[in-house]
Design a protein around this ligand. Structure first.
Ligand code: V47
Ligand code: SF4
Length: 390
């Protein structure tokens, strides 16, 4: 499993001068340029990308592979925006086809986890014109009142930008209010591809790249942590991916507030981009590997198994990935509606640990901010009945 410097140096001899130069930068901890990033996507063979990314992953984390126990709440799939890749939302005028949860219904979901060892609730959904900042401040306060130890990670800049604008608050004021109410981290969604050439084609009407980054900057300045995603494999070119990663890398240099980068593979079922072919598994693995090499200041690279499928997610563990999200229950509809193999994404802790161990890695349960909760020994099985949660 381990990729030593000598093995990689020998492998590099079989590649062209540019790949050798980039590989030597990686081995000597020298930051890659944008040109390097594009070159890797254009000319990097999977074997050398994998070896280099695995080297970096093992330098940073050894064999440790993190997961957490969390559950999702999706307040609504009614949305004022019209992203072309979205298989999940319904416009306000068609809201009878969608769902809208009340605060009590969402609290009932939280209460359903009473006595279970979950550490995080992930709240994300469509942008409903009637679910405003006040509604969500109330929800957050009630969740905290019921279960103060549950870490609330919620809301993308798409949702927050809309809530703050309606409440006539600046980004900084809005973030302070919602953080004070109990919101602790931001998930990585809504980033898609920042460059306007692509953004105007796939999601023209929601917050733009600068707005997305400004909200994460404001969160980091309050001491909050967050994740970042990149939706790839549709109309973007390689340099758009690198531009996207570069903007994130720059913000991370400034604030240090990102935990994890999560590449998200575009799935083409039931949306306005269904005519596009999905990326191949080889391309997916290359994206994870280049992400690990380019995002040198991001501690973690995550594969989100409900979207990739559990077997492909397992493979990514040899291509730079050191985090595999959590055990999810079927309240997560984003990917099942977009055509993921995982129609009811549920894995017990035993299954998730086995998946990590079969790949020769060490399973480590973490909390949202990567404090280690438990390192799992080989042969672990749950004493309790399997929970259908992550
Ligand atoms: O922003 C929507 C993506 C994201 C499709 O931070 C699609 O821990 C593929 O960000 N094909 C939301 N992707 C989900 C998200 C996320 C998920 C898990 C963990 C975390 C985290 C964040 O889902 C959206 C969009 O990029 N998405 N439709 C689709 N058809
Ligand atoms: Fe709305 Fe999010 Fe779907 Fe875009 S991706 S239409 S913002 S739910």
């Amino acid at each position: 499993m381990a990729s030593s410097q000598e093995q990689i140096t020998a492998l590099l001899q079989q590649h062209d001068d540019n790949i050798q130069a980039i590989g030597n930068k990686v081995l000597n901890n020298i930051r890659l340029t944008k040109e390097d990033g594009v070159y890797l996507f254009e000319h990097g063979e999977l074997s050398i990308l994998g070896a280099l990314a695995n080297y970096v992953r093992e330098q940073k984390h050894g064999d440790k592979t993190y997961f957490n126990r969390n559950f999702h709440i999706e307040p609504t799939n009614v949305c004022v925006f019209s992203c072309k890749f979205c298989s999940y939302s319904r416009l306000y005028k068609n809201r009878d086809e969608g769902w809208e949860l009340s605060i009590d219904q969402m609290l009932d979901i939280v209460k359903g986890y009473d006595g279970k060892p979950v550490t995080e609730v992930h709240i994300v959904g469509g942008v409903h014109p009637k679910m405003d900042l006040k509604f969500f401040l109330d929800l957050i306060a009630k969740i905290k009142e019921h279960r103060p130890d549950l870490h609330i990670k919620g809301f993308t800049p798409v949702e927050l930008d809309y809530m703050f604008r309606k409440a006539k608050l600046t980004t900084e004021e809005g973030m302070k209010v919602i953080h004070d109410a109990g919101l602790q981290s931001l998930p990585g969604g809504g980033a898609e591809i920042f460059h306007p050439d692509v953004r105007t084609q796939i999601c023209h009407d929601k917050v733009d790249g600068d707005g997305w980054l400004a909200i994460h900057r404001a969160a980091h300045n309050l001491g909050m942590h967050s994740n970042a995603t990149m939706l790839y494999g549709h109309v973007e070119e390689f340099w758009h991916r690198v531009d996207h990663m570069d903007r994130l890398r720059q913000l991370q240099d400034e604030t240090g507030g990102f935990n994890t980068f999560i590449p998200l593979k575009f799935r083409n079922d039931n949306n306005e981009m269904s005519h596009l072919k999905e990326s191949t598994t080889i391309e997916d693995l290359k994206v994870y590997a280049v992400a690990r090499l380019y995002m040198d200041n991001f501690p973690h690279i995550k594969a989100y198994w409900p979207m990739l499928g559990r077997h492909n997610a397992q493979m990514t563990l040899s291509f730079g990935v050191n985090d595999i999200d959590g055990t999810i229950d079927d309240t997560t509809k984003i990917y099942s509606m977009a055509g993921s193999e995982e129609q009811t994404p549920t894995m017990t802790t035993t299954q998730l640990v086995a998946l990590i161990q079969q790949a020769g890695r060490v399973a480590v349960e973490r909390d949202t901010v990567y404090n280690e909760i438990k390192v799992y020994e080989k042969g672990y099985t749950e004493d309790e009945p399997a929970m259908s949660l992550n």
